[in-house]
Structures are given as C-alpha cells and as structure tokens.
Design a protein around this ligand. Structure first.
Ligand code: HXC
Length: 514
C-alpha cells in the first residue's frame, strides 16, 4: 500500500514539473509564467481540482515516442474565482511548446463538456505552438473537437480566452469563437499566417508583434477585447469581467453590494455637453459619472473608438453600456463601430445584462470606402442586435440622434423599453446643412446672398428640430430629464424592468446580416 502511494506521489511530482526545470527557466526568462503559476494566480487559493494530470500521448511518429510528459501540454480542471465555480485549462509551453495534439484536445474537451453540463464559465489560457506537427491529421481533427464545443457552448456559458504566448494558424479560431479574448502586451501574439509566409506570398515584411501583437489586435483588427500590461493584469481582467456576467444564460449576473447612493445626483452633468453643438466631449466622463463608482470596464477601448461599449453597474446590478463617442469621428457610426455595438448588445442579451444606450451621433459616416466595405450590412447589425434583444433596454438621447442612426440606436420602435432625452437632444432626419440644400435648392440658386438663405433656414430648422420636445410630444421620448438626475432615473427604471418578460418567435435561428 505504501509503495502505491509513493508511486502516485512520484507521478504527481513529475506532472507538476511540466517540461522540466530548464524549460521552466526559459519560460521565466521570456517574461512568462508557467501554466500552473497562472492558474494559481487566477483561481481562489486551494480551489483547483486537476483532471488528466497523468495523461500522456500515444504517438511514436517522428521520435515523439521518447518525449512523454504527464499532462501532455495542458493543465486542466475546475476551480473557483471569487467563490464562483469555473472550468479552466492552461496550455503548458514548457511541454513540446504547448503543441496541441489528441491528448491535449481530450483534456480540454472534457472540461468543456463538464462545464456546459454544469452551466459554469470556461476560461482558457493559451500559450501554444499550435497543431502538434508529429501528430499530423490527429492534431487537426483534435482542434475540430474543441471548436465544435466552443460553438455548442456559445451563448450558454461564458467563454473567455486569455492569450499569453503564441496562438497561430487555425488555433486562433478557438479563441475567436469564444465570447472574450484578452491579450498580454509584448508576450502574446495571434495570426493565421505568420511573417515568413506573408513575406513569401506578398513580399511585405512585418514583425511578429506588428502583425499579431496586442497592439495590432486591440487597435486595428478588433480581435482582442481587452489588453493587459502583463500576465497578472490579464488574469485580473478575467476576474473583473466575470464579475459582470452570470454563470450561464439561465442565470442573472451577480449583484454586488452598492457603495454608491442610488439617488446620487450629479450637477456637473448639466454642463457636460458643450453649448456649441459641434464641440466634442468625452462620453466616458458621462458614463463614469452615472454608473456606480466602482468602475466601468470598457470593452475594445482602442478599436472603433467612435463607439464606447462596456460593463458598468447601477445600484450594484450589471448593465451593458453602449454610447456614441463625440470625441472621435464626432460619434458617427461606421463599419467597425457597427460590429462593435451589435456584438456587444448580443452578448448583453445572451447573459441577461440590461442595455443602457447614450445617443449622440450625427449619423452613419458618409464615404465611398464605407459603402464598398458594406456599411449597409454592418449597420443593419446594430438594428438587428437591438430589435432582437429581450433584456431591459433604456436609451438616453444626449445630443444628436440624426437620421437612420436615431432609429438604429435603441429607438422605441426597436423595442426599447424606456426612452429618455436630455434638453440638449437634437432629433431630426438630417442636419440643417444637408436639409437646406434639398428643401431650398431653387431659392439658394436664385439668391444674391446664398449664405444668408442657408443661415436663416438653419435658424428655423434648429428651432424646430434641435430639441427633444417634438419627440416627447409624439411619445417617441418618454420623458425629458435633467442630465443631473440621469442616474436615479435609470436606477428606478431598471428596478421596474427587472421582471420584464419578452419572447421572440420560435425559430431555428435568425439570420443576422454579416
Ligand atoms: C510540435 C512544436 C510546435 C508544433 C513548437 N514546438 N511548435 N512541436 N509541433 N507545432 C516545439 C519546438 O520544436 C521546440 O522543441 C519547442 O516546442 C519550443 O519551440 P521553439 O521554437 O524553441 O520556441 P520559440 O522560439 O519561442 O518559438 C515558438 C513558436 C515556434 C513561434 C511557437 O515554435 C513556431 O513557429 N512553432 C510553429 C508554429 C506553427 O506554425 N504552428 C502550426 C500552426 S498551424 P525543442 O525540443 O526543439 O525545444 C495550426 C493548424 C491548426 O496550428 C489547424 C486547426 C484547424
């Protein structure tokens, strides 16, 4: 009996060493932590329950037979984050470069299956050289097994991918299929084809980080949702993000004890929007002043900056915030902003997070590139996302709500539950400059002073449309509110809507424009 215990102890010790002390030292030299160190930081102390620690591959091709490591390139199992149950896996780069084969796949699929059945989030820490070359088609098929489970779990349990090293080739598609991708700056990268292939095919030279680093994916591609300066910060972001999400789609997000009075008024909001309606302001200030003081977690903050999306809290309850950003492209909607907003509203709807929208947009961005790029089908996604969402929805027209953008940004017709407007709201089919050219064309042509005609028209037009009262008169706006009272108004509205029930027609699935 004693020998049996000893044998298990020895095997476990071996598993804990991953690829061995030398490889661990190399990992540290690269500024990276090991899979087990990462899990220790991510999970509540002592909560990790490992599965498959002794699994090894059964492949003899290309000399792989001699290189067997218990656990085989991934550490997986269950644990708790701030007391909440989660499933986890962490690829171990010290074992054959974290390369992905049948055993790694079996272990990841096992936790994916158990997580889906138990209704708990899955967090994957990625650090891998990709498909294990020696396993050939076995490793390609093994990826397929993970992908199909990513899709099965999509919209049922939160799936979060953290990229902490290489993630190349088709391997990128597992993170891309999950709900959120978080990258660590400088030490992680993602690309389908690397710099060498790109150089051979296109002649263009680009470095690994330029091509697939956190900077590229957080500013240009929109592939990553959050970026952290180092691994610790990346793992902390997972904890923060989970704090806004439920365990699964049948659950409500956790409520935290509020540290901010629900009836707090903020007089600064009354002067936040500049008198000159062409002057920008930072909508993040507005969001931060209205939400609970414990922080707004902005998602994709450096990509499509003309829209701001993220999670906040109102009286301790999670809310998804969507806002136009007048400080960037005047808050105009374009292709990327449409993708950003529509994806976020669908995430909120999936996880029972109410959506609060702050509108200040002059409309969709005019441009040949936008039209050729398909702004029609991308913009349609905003409408689709809002119209299909059945969670509580509240909109506040802060300033401009012009043309198609008025309808798209959570208008009453898209089943928004409560529409508020600030006194600074401007709701019209188009701006006065465009309207005058259509309605006064002949007059302008004949006038000795066309500018005077335009000026007079603009004055009249602004008086008629650049206020919220016509919309309030017609019931398109439920209430014109003081900016300073926005927080208590939203909190009371959300309290009423908490028990909202709304159903969509039964169908296999809708066909969101893409
Ligand atoms: C087997 C691999 C491996 C792989 C790395 N290793 N990638 N073994 N299959 N895919 C091994 C290396 O041989 C090496 O072993 C050890 O891991 C560490 O790798 P290094 O190259 O020494 O590390 P580093 O210099 O940091 O470079 C890391 C790397 C590089 C950038 C990830 O290893 C690399 O380019 N690997 C291949 C990446 C790739 O193209 N993967 C396939 C993607 S296609 P030794 O014993 O020599 O130290 C794909 C298809 C998926 O994944 C399809 C899904 C549908």
């Amino acid at each position: 009996m004693h020998d049996h215990l000893e044998e298990l102890r020895r095997k476990r010790e071996l598993a804990v060493q991953g690829g061995g002390p030398e490889r661990i030292a190399q990992q540290h030299q690269r500024g990276k932590l090991t899979a087990r160190e990462r899990l220790a930081l991510l999970l509540d102390e002592g909560s990790f329950q490992e599965l498959g620690a002794l699994a090894t591959h059964n492949v003899s091709d290309f000399g792989l037979g001699e290189q067997r490591y218990p656990g085989d390139g991934v550490v997986s199992g269950f644990g708790k984050i701030r007391g909440r149950r989660v499933a986890v896996y962490a690829q171990d780069f010290t074992v054959l470069g974290g390369s992905f084969g049948a055993v790694q796949s079996n272990k990841i699929c096992r936790v994916q299956d158990l997580a889906l059945e138990s209704g708990i989030p899955v967090i994957g820490l990625n650090d891998s050289g990709g498909a294990r070359i020696q396993e050939g088609v076995r490793s390609l098929a093994a990826y397929g097994e993970v992908f199909v489970r990513n899709v099965a779990a999509s919209g049922v349990i939160p799936q979060i991918s953290v990229i902490l090293g290489p993630c190349a080739g088709g391997a990128v598609y597992s993170p891309a299929l999950t709900d959120f991708v978080i990258m660590a700056r400088d030490t992680s990268f993602m690309f389908l084809t690397g710099p060498e292939v790109i150089k051979a095919v296109t002649g263009r030279e680009v470095s690994v980080q330029e091509l697939g680093g956190a900077e590229a994916h957080s500013t240009l591609s929109g592939v990553t949702h959050l970026v952290a300066d180092d691994e610790r910060a990346a793992l902390n972001l997972v904890k923060q993000l989970l704090g806004y999400l439920p365990q699964n789609n049948n659950d409500d997000p956790p409520q935290v004890v509020p540290h901010d009075a629900p009836d707090r008024m903020d007089p600064e909001l009354d002067t936040l929007v500049p008198r000159d309606d062409r002057s920008p302001y930072d909508v993040r200030q507005l969001i931060e002043r209205i939400c609970d003081r414990d922080g707004f977690l902005e998602i994709q903050p450096y990509w499509a900056q003309n829209a701001v999306v993220g999670f906040g809290r109102l009286d301790g309850h999670s809310v998804g915030i969507v806002a136009n950003q007048p400080a960037h492209l005047a808050g105009a909607l374009d292709i990327d902003a449409s993708d950003k907003i529509s994806r976020f509203t669908r995430i909120c709807d999936t996880y029972n997070v109410p959506i609060v929208t702050f509108v200040d947009t002059p409309g969709f961005l005019p441009g040949v590139e936008q039209e050729y790029g398909g702004v029609i089908r991308h913009g349609a996604k905003i409408i689709y996302g809002y119209a299909a969402a059945t969670v509580p929805k509240i909109a506040v027209v802060v300033r401009k709500a012009i043309g198609g953008a008025y309808v798209a940004m959570s208008s009453k017709q898209l089943r928004c539950d409560l529409n508020f407007a600030w006194p600074t709201a401007q709701i019209a089919v188009m701006g006065p400059d465009a309207a005058v050219r259509i309605l006064r064309r002949a007059e302008i042509k004949a006038a000795a002073d066309p500018a005077a005609v335009e000026r007079d028209f603009a004055g009249e037009y602004r008086e008629a449309f650049f206020n919220p009262y016509r919309a309030a008169d017609l019931g398109q706006v439920d209430e014109v509110i003081l900016p300073s009272e926005t927080r208590p108004r939203l909190i009371r509205a959300l309290e009423i809507l908490r028990t909202k029930v709304q159903l969509n027609p039964a169908r296999k699935h809708g066909l969101i424009p893409s």
